[in-house]
Design a protein around this ligand. Structure first.
Ligand code: MSP
Length: 531
């Protein structure tokens, strides 16, 4: 028996175009979450990837004048793989739906579901949104205005839907509604936040209709094993990535089969709220039909908005992650989006807000604390962490605050409340900044008889920085690794190997560790930002 890994996924992104910060947002959240769990000492598996089939990608390739395969190969290599480096994601795997491992396992899965009696042939007629790659219900649509007057629009894309009529294969979703309701009644935490849970439950309680699992008018996809004139409907191909990437269907005894045992069922599917229904209704229904265990949790986050609307390429409002990261750095990018927006809510990005938080919370808050502390150890102790002597009440208060911060930050991160977790660590940074101001080590240093007090204050600062670096490492891997070096904590090993649960154990930073002021963690923003 293999131990179960903490398995987290992002949606797989359509490669009709290059990524924008809405996509990078989910990847970043998943990365912070999985880094945190790794630092708790857990076995972790973090998967991301791309969704390469379907009409949307096929049309983008046609518009670009190349074959779909050339189109996706180029975009994946030039844009989707590099963006992982840009945001500093440490994913364990990257799945492409055009890979053989995926295609073969998708065919195997649908054979099983068909053998289990959940697939039948029937004609389909109705509206379809290519932007969502979704068969729409008439009740989902909104009436168009202006250029689109008289037409029915997709509410997500603000574009007219298309009428589709074709002979398809259907998935017997209707047969599974009751079981889904029962499952979510017994597992109310399986969909979060609460608003997402409520939305899914009310959708389920209206009853479910069967849904096409294949397309006969689409060519760019995975052929049905029993009807090669049709391809698997792109969502019923894409959702399977979560199991095909971890070895679903592999022969027993192989490394792939072992990975499946180690990872499935998934712990958290991170998704945007627009694709909740696919993940919390269709996906578990597919798994039930194949007699596989269901995901433990689907967490639906909100949208990054521009002018009050979902940022998107269709609306020409997409901002490339590099536009922000070239200016602020990846750590500040990760910090900003997870701190400024409560995970689960929508949020607007603005250069002004980001600059303001960068300056006050990062440069003046954390950056200033680290540079003051390291400068003083260099100046007063020749760069060697001094030995503490008797702790005063103020020193002990810092140590207690740290204990509380670790407990609260861990609870918040485990609950995917990133903003709250970051606020807790920031609160501790502020407390230590206040401590320096109150203790005035620069004055204490003038009195030779107080050398022990000076050393104690500086030790409190350095060991606090050690803990802060550990607690902020999942969020800001590069800057915290720099801090780690600057306070000489490398003697404790790699920062990524430091357990968050032990961060409050006082006195871990060895006396005599070598402190250097080094690179400024958050340089002042000099250039005016271009909006
Ligand atoms: N390919 C499907 C997902 C298949 S998963 C089995 C898809 N792709 S997508 O590229 O359109 O969107 C991927 C994710 O990016 C979704 O979770 C979506 O919510 C998210 N975002 C796209 N635009 C976004 C914002 N403006 N803000 C936040 N997230 C956004 O859907």
């Amino acid at each position: 028996m293999t131990d179960k890994a903490y398995y987290v996924t992002t949606p797989i992104y359509y490669v009709n175009d290059a990524p924008h910060i809405g996509h990078a947002y989910t990847t970043t959240a998943g990365d912070v979450l999985t880094r945190w769990h790794r630092q708790r000492g857990e076995d972790v598996w973090y998967l991301t990837g791309v969704d390469e089939h379907g009409t949307k990608v096929q049309r983008a390739a046609e518009a670009g004048g190349v074959s779909p395969q050339e189109w996706v190969d180029r975009l994946v290599a030039d844009a989707w793989l590099p963006v992982l480096g840009t945001v500093n994601a440490a994913n364990d795997d990257f799945i492409r739906t055009t890979s053989d491992r995926h295609k073969l396992a998708v065919q195997r899965f649908w054979e099983v579901v068909r053998d289990n009696g959940y697939v039948y042939a029937a004609p389909y007629a109705g509206p379809y949104c290519v932007g969502c790659e979704e068969f729409k219900l008439v009740g989902d649509l909104v009436a168009g205005e202006g250029d689109f007057k008289g037409q029915q629009l997709c509410p997500v894309h603000g574009r007219p839907v298309e009428q589709v009529e074709e002979d398809n294969w259907f998935f017997k979703l209707s047969a599974l509604a009751e079981r889904l309701i029962a499952h979510y009644e017994t597992n109310p935490d399986a969909i979060q936040p609460q608003s997402a849970y409520n939305e899914v439950m009310s959708f389920l309680r209206q009853g479910l209709m069967d849904i096409s699992m294949s397309r006969s008018s689409v060519k760019w996809g995975i052929p049905l094993p029993w009807d090669s004139d049709q391809v698997v409907y792109v969502w019923f191909d894409a959702l399977l990535n979560y199991i095909t990437a971890v070895g679903y269907g592999a022969d027993p005894g192989t490394a792939e089969a072992e990975l499946f045992e180690r990872t499935w069922p998934v712990d958290v599917h991170l998704v945007g709220k627009d694709i909740l229904r696919f993940h919390a209704v269709y996906w578990p229904a597919m798994l039930m039909a194949a007699e596989l265990p269901l995901p433990r949790k689907v967490f639906a986050h909100g949208w990054l908005l521009v002018g009050g609307e979902k940022m998107s390429k269709t609306r020409l409002t997409g901002i490339a992650p590099a536009q922000i990261i070239d200016h602020f750095g990846a750590d500040a990018f990760r910090y900003y989006f997870l701190r400024a927006i409560t995970f689960g809510n929508d949020g607007s990005f603005s250069w002004e807000d980001m600059s303001a938080r960068y300056t006050s919370e990062l440069a003046n808050g954390l950056g200033n604390l680290a540079s003051r502390a390291t400068a003083m150890v260099e100046k007063y102790c020749s760069g060697a962490v001094p030995a503490p002597s008797v702790y005063t009440e103020a020193d002990l208060r810092i140590q207690q605050q740290l204990v509380q911060a670790v407990v609260a930050a861990d609870a918040a991160y485990l609950a995917l409340d990133f903003s709250a977790g970051i606020a807790v660590v920031n609160g501790f940074v502020e407390a230590v900044n206040r401590y320096v101001t109150e203790q005035e080590p620069w004055k204490v240093a003038k009195d030779d008889s107080q050398i022990e007090r000076l050393h104690t204050i500086l030790y409190v600062l350095c060991d606090s920085l050690r803990a802060i670096a550990v607690l902020h490492h999942a969020l800001m891997p590069r800057v915290t690794a720099l801090m780690w070096e600057q306070i000489g904590a490398v003697v404790l090993g790699d920062i990524a190997d430091q357990r968050v649960q032990h961060a409050a154990t006082w006195g871990l930073l060895p006396v005599g560790a070598h402190v250097t002021k080094g690179e400024i963690l958050f340089p002042r923003l000099e250039d005016p930002v271009e909006a």
